[in-house]
Write a protein of this length. Structure first.
Length: 317
């Protein structure tokens, strides 16, 4: 990000967060006069994030890395507030992600992506979209491989969010995906012991208002979603989970990847509670092998098809 952009981002966040990676709203750019910054937003004493999408985009731009953003938010939250057994957020029930099948729900039809991509990554996405339009497409989850994170945030079907004082478990029905968020004060796995994981290593903290802030690193390369960009093993993310009302949880997400992204990619995911008054709706175990006709193979042209597909005599009637 250039100096002018950094100055604008920091000025938008004045009064919300301290420390913008070395930039100052009172500095000048190498090109001459300092830019005229918009007025800083006013926040309440307890507001962790600024109010608008544009300001939250600026929040990500103002930090050099996901770790820097995580630390800035932790400072804003006075170090976080550990959960107590008699003061726990209620995230019980079944939930599902709402929105179109893109990693960024604000992406418009016909738009390639809202992410600012490096040239080679953009070319790869354009190539994959062109093949997909011809029916040539292979999705990694076709053969029941893990969707991975951060794609986990945007996949469909049911979810459960299980909160305990020291860990939060974020479970998705799709291929039985489970994320463990450690909120007991531990750090990440030391570098000498770390290796890339489908869902990375996630640590976090709670705020006094029961917002959950998460930093995730140590990820395997993957795709943000079907027909979305690729990301590298250098990807790191910050999430802020917030229960907006009894039936809505939002997750503000900033993705930083120096190998694929020109700047942090901000999106907001929304999860709605699924009505289940008779308690009959349950999450079942996802088993791709229970039906041999579910076997998916990748073809030579890069698409997918069923392997060894068979019919019984009864099916043929």
């Amino acid at each position: 990000m250039d100096t002018r952009s950094r100055l604008l981002a920091c000025s938008v966040l004045a009064g919300l967060l301290a420390g913008c990676g070395g930039a100052s709203s009172g500095g000048t750019s190498s090109g001459g006069d300092a830019p005229q910054a918009p007025a800083a937003p006013q926040a309440t004493d307890t507001a962790l994030l600024p109010a608008t999408r544009e300001q939250r985009v600026a929040l990500g731009l103002a930090q050099d890395s996901a770790w820097d953003l995580y630390q800035a938010l932790r400072k804003r939250a006075d170090g976080g507030t550990p959960l107590a057994r008699d003061d726990m957020p209620d995230w019980t029930g079944l939930w599902t992600r709402v929105g179109p099948p893109f990693f960024d729900p604000t992406q418009k039809p016909g738009q390639i992506t809202t992410a600012k991509l490096k040239p080679g990554v953009l070319e790869d996405l354009q190539h994959r979209l062109a093949l997909s339009a011809k029916g040539v497409e292979y999705d990694p989850i076709s053969d029941c491989s893990p969707p991975g994170f951060p794609r986990w945030l945007a996949i469909p079907f049911l979810r459960e969010f299980i909160v305990t004082p020291g860990e939060t478990y974020l479970f998705s029905e799709t291929v039985n995906n489970l994320r463990r968020i450690y909120t007991d004060g531990r750090g990440h796995t030391p570098a000498e012991d770390a290796y890339p994981l489908y869902y990375g290593d996630s640590i976090g903290f709670w705020t006094a208002e029961h917002d959950l802030v998460i930093h995730t690193s140590q990820l395997r390369p993957g795709i943000f979603h079907r027909n979305d960009p690729r990301y590298s093993a250098k990807l790191e993310t910050v999430e802020v989970w917030h229960k907006a009302d009894p039936s809505t949880i939002t997750a503000d997400v900033w993705s930083y990847d120096p190998d694929t992204l020109l700047e942090p990619w901000y999106v907001q995911q929304t999860y709605k509670q699924v009505s289940n008054p008779d308690k009959e709706l349950r999450i079942r175990y996802w088993d791709c092998n229970e039906n041999p006709n579910n076997t998916i193979v990748k073809t030579q042209d890069g698409s997918s098809e069923f392997g060894n597909f068979t019919f019984t005599k009864k099916d043929a009637q």
